[in-house]
Design a protein around this ligand. Structure first.
Ligand code: CP
Length: 319
């Protein structure tokens, strides 16, 4: 099943939220909501992608994204090939493009790619004729994460429109923050970024969000509080005095969470650094939706694969 045209989304790829219209985002969320039901069945499988092959090309570590793509693919009955840079010829100097061309010679239908360089999925999408799905590229975008976050918020609040969403932490190095800012502002939510000045992105004024250098005023009346870890792997030096000080000034503690709306929910894309950006009692508390995010991640990834393959309705059909 070559996937060159006629997908239910605008193009053959999902490389960034900015490439999706509000209507396409709603379509993905609605389809994912239908597909959630597959996980409740005695046999957790539908035949939608039977005969299709998906390559999971992960050139950076991942737990949630990698495994949830693989679960999603298996639940849609696709065949999966898992590729990581260690143990492959990338470690011998083979380029991304040569790697992808060689994988193409094995006739896959989709390539899911996580890569440390911003723009790597876009580069592949321009030269590879099958669907490319961005599973996180450098500090640029993580579109499937923003979509699963949106589904999690919509389940709780019915709509994204008018939601007050605080995103706090190392925003400068966070592809999750960028994709969420693009998605949430497109869907009518109010986004508040909180970080020390050294961890705000340089182009923050172009993102349509408000910015705060202290967490307390940002939390006032918030519906959603999304905490981000500090991405030490993307920084040459630490951009704040110490972890202890970071916790004291920016971490989400039970006391700080009380400044948000009573109905506020807590989210985190993972991996969490407990005791740095979030207190364990909040991460594991009643307001936390962190594990719901993981469950929704499988349904979102199923929905994207299904829609890129041309599916339009009856997403959870058995036959
Ligand atoms: N949220 C997320 O991208 O987690 P992983 O790095 O474990 O995939």
């Amino acid at each position: 099943m070559p996937v060159e045209s006629a997908t239910a989304l605008g193009g053959k790829d999902v490389v960034g939220i900015n490439h999706l219209s509000a209507g396409e985002i709603q379509l993905i969320l609605n389809t994912a909501e239908e597909l959630l039901d597959v996980a409740e069945r005695p046999i957790k499988k539908v035949p939608a992608l039977r005969g299709s092959t998906v390559v999971n090309l992960f050139m950076e570590p991942s737990t949630r994204t990698r495994f949830s793509f693989e679960v999603a693919e298996k639940r849609l009955s696709a065949d999966t090939l898992n590729f990581s840079s260690s143990g492959s010829s990338v470690s011998k100097g083979e380029t991304l493009l040569d790697t992808a061309r060689n994988l193409m010679a094995m006739a896959p239908d989709f390539i899911v790619i996580r890569h440390p360089n911003s723009g790597a999925p876009h580069r592949l999408a321009g030269v590879i004729p099958v669907s490319i799905i961005n599973a996180g590229d450098g500090i640029n975008e993580h579109p499937t994460q923003a979509l699963l976050d949106a589904l999690t918020m919509r389940q709780r609040f019915d709509t994204l429109e008018g939601l007050r969403v605080v995103i706090a932490g190392d925003i400068r190095h966070s592809r999750v923050a960028r994709s969420n800012a693009f998605l949430l502002t497109k869907m009518g939510a109010e986004v508040r970024f909180v970080a020390p000045a050294s961890l705000l992105p340089l182009d923050v004024e172009d993102l349509g969000v408000s910015t705060f250098l202290r967490i307390e005023p940002a939390l006032e009346g918030a519906d959603v509080v999304m905490m981000l870890r500090i991405q030490l792997e993307r920084q040459k030096k630490i951009n704040f005095p110490s972890m202890r000080e970071y916790f004291d000034f920016f971490a989400l503690t039970p006391e700080r969470l009380r400044l948000a709306a009573d109905h506020a929910v807590v989210m985190h894309p993972g991996p969490m650094n407990r005791g740095v950006e979030i207190d364990s009692s909040v991460a594991d508390g009643e307001q936390s939706l962190i594990l719901d995010q993981v469950t929704n991640g499988v349904a979102i990834r199923m929905a994207i694969l299904y829609l890129l393959a041309g599916g339009r309705s009856e997403a959870a059909s058995d036959s």
